[in-house]
Design a protein around this ligand. Sequence first.
Ligand SMILES: [Zn+2]
Length: 583
Amino acid sequence: MSYLVLARKWRPQNFAEVVGQQAVVRTLRNALTRNRVAHAMLFSGVRGVGKTTLARLMAKALNCSQGEPDVPCDRCESCLEIMAGNAMDLHEIDGASNRGIQEIRELKENIRFFPAKGRYKIIIIDEVHMLTTEAFNALLKTLEEPPAHVYFMFATTELHKIPITILSRCQRYELKRVPFVELVAFFARIAEAEKVVVSQRALEMIAREAEGSVRDGLSLLDQLFSFGGAEISDGDVAEVLGLVDRRIYENLARALLAADLAACLEIFAQSQAAGMDLKRFANDLLGFFRALLIAKVKARPEELLDLADQELAAIKDIAAGASQETLYQYFSLLLKGSEEMQYSSRPRLALEMAFLRATQAGQIVPAAALLGRLDELLAGVVPESRSVARPVFAPISTAEPESAPSQPRTAPAVSATYSVPLAEEKIKERTEAATPLPEQSPPALSVLHQGREVKRDWGAFVEYVKKRKHWMAPVLQLCAMPREEGGQLILKFDDPSDCKLLREHDNLKLLQSFVLDFFQNDFRVVFKVAGAQAAGDGENDEAESLVAERRGLANDPMVQMAAEIFAGQIGSIRTGDGGKGNQ
Ligand SMILES: [Zn+2]
């Protein structure tokens, strides 16, 4: 005997067997027992939730000659014929392939005649939204006054495509996605009957994947049954269906909220090693954070979340440990990351960058705090900090870089002069001797410049950054051939997404301060992205250097800060005579 797919084998033969849809089933049974069945019915809902199944059950009940009104007997001639699929009075039409006016005319011709055997002629049109406008119009008149011996049952996955004139003549039944818990229970029953041992978690993974569609879930079960023996493990599900255990999102969410980047990357790598689709992974992770948000704001999240008890408990637990703002921020950062993924040539990196941002999120300074800081600066309360203001005593104002405090921006420039180590003190003396005025004097810059060079000491600089801002180091390593040119530190990247995070306002500011501390030079950090603005290849081209300069200014933390505070965009940038645009 050939293998019968589960969806056919387990198709409900009476109303009691229907999975989910309790409300619709009750209404239909009532209509049958009270003999008040409408002559045109429309079943709508996503695929695999039981639309045509219910239509067939109605047909069977209407034409059954022996059973109760709402319980077909499954023994009479009509029932047997319908179950075998060869009933003369049941016409099943696929709306997708019989969509024209000609087919509807033939149908109308056909229903003029009385049923051959049963009491009624029953017309089921599946995917009825596929009918042409003319075909719908041809149906209208019949639906207005259907013959007493005819019942129409329509099924559609796209209710909105049905003309209102048709809708108003039908009794409508909207079928819901089958709840997760009911699907799990149904699949467990099937597994038991088929004598296959399937782990609870595996059943849950399948039910999750089915997204409320019984048929989808059954075809997944089919695949599993034909793969495995008498026992199916979580691992089999992962291997055969490419699904991952949802605990992976739980673990990842915990790691993200704990700002444990290493753990995040580890978990992510595991999912990729298991062959999980990247897009799917990102979507599921977003879904998990959505669930966290819902759990945070709603007293009874289970009303909105269709989840297994275990997962719900985990979600409530994680949500309890984080603020609503934090969850929202993580959600938007991940959303941003998954959107960037779509356009990036390195989608995996884009998602990893999103993890980075998220783990950094706790350190993002709120706008209000920034405004306060700006007020202080303007009022002169705080000495100008090195990273924000340009005309500082760059060469001599800082302490020895390696021992610099972890928050260099807050160290007032003046105090540092007292702690300048001996070697630098000497250099300072020498430079002061050569040129009495240290401020912005080129000789001072050039002398100190001998200390560290961009090209030669780049590796050391990356190490230096790594100790202070761990995540920045690998990003800087992606930079191809960093170089210094006319007061700019030019960082070239092959992929715009590589340096996107680095270019963000706060991060750029921080990088700028690292550059200043390490190279003892207030280079402006300028980003170049291969392909993006490479109009001409002439690197020494004057026009291009002007563009670069302007871009540098646009990157200037002060300019960016102003733009951010006033919610503006950087429009035209005019460079003054000084060329460096300091003031
Ligand atoms: Zn019967």
